[in-house]
Design a protein. Structure first.
Length: 140
């Protein structure tokens, strides 16, 4: 049997099943701040583009701005990301695939005329909002 398919414990399996894909705390905070400032956007909108699909956390369709709010662990933050110390045979390739997928998504969106904004979960909210506003001005 493939080791990758066997959870290390029932508790670990429950924990991983509970990881959210959308509506994380940092994502909700960014969306709420943008909404309070009067911005209107789509959330978790699938973009079917030539060459593939993308699913940004926040999408400004008219300005063609795609915003991703990335978790430090899952997307290997250069400041907080760290090499896994247990089950590295599983986590290291998985995290590397996440980073490669992020780069492919960035390339796909930019080649289709979109502006991509990536915000780390540890970034202060005012700086995150400022990054989005700068992108929106470019896209206008």
């Amino acid at each position: 049997m493939d080791r990758r398919l066997v959870p290390t414990s029932a508790g670990r399996s429950r924990n991983l099943a509970a990881v959210r894909r959308t509506n994380t705390k940092p994502e909700v905070a960014v969306r709420s701040a943008l909404h309070r400032r009067g911005y209107r956007f789509r959330k978790d909108l699938r973009l079917d583009l030539p060459g593939g699909r993308a699913r940004p956390d926040v999408v400004f369709t008219r300005a063609k701005v795609a915003v991703f709010i990335d978790g430090c662990f899952w997307h290997v933050c250069p400041i907080h990301g760290r090499e896994p110390t247990s089950n590295e045979w599983y986590w290291t390739p998985k995290l590397r695939k996440n980073v490669a997928r992020d780069q492919k998504t960035n390339d796909l969106l930019t080649s289709s005329g979109w502006i991509v904004v990536r915000i780390w979960e540890h970034e202060a909210l005012p700086e995150a909002i400022e990054a989005v506003e700068i992108a929106l001005k470019k896209g206008a």
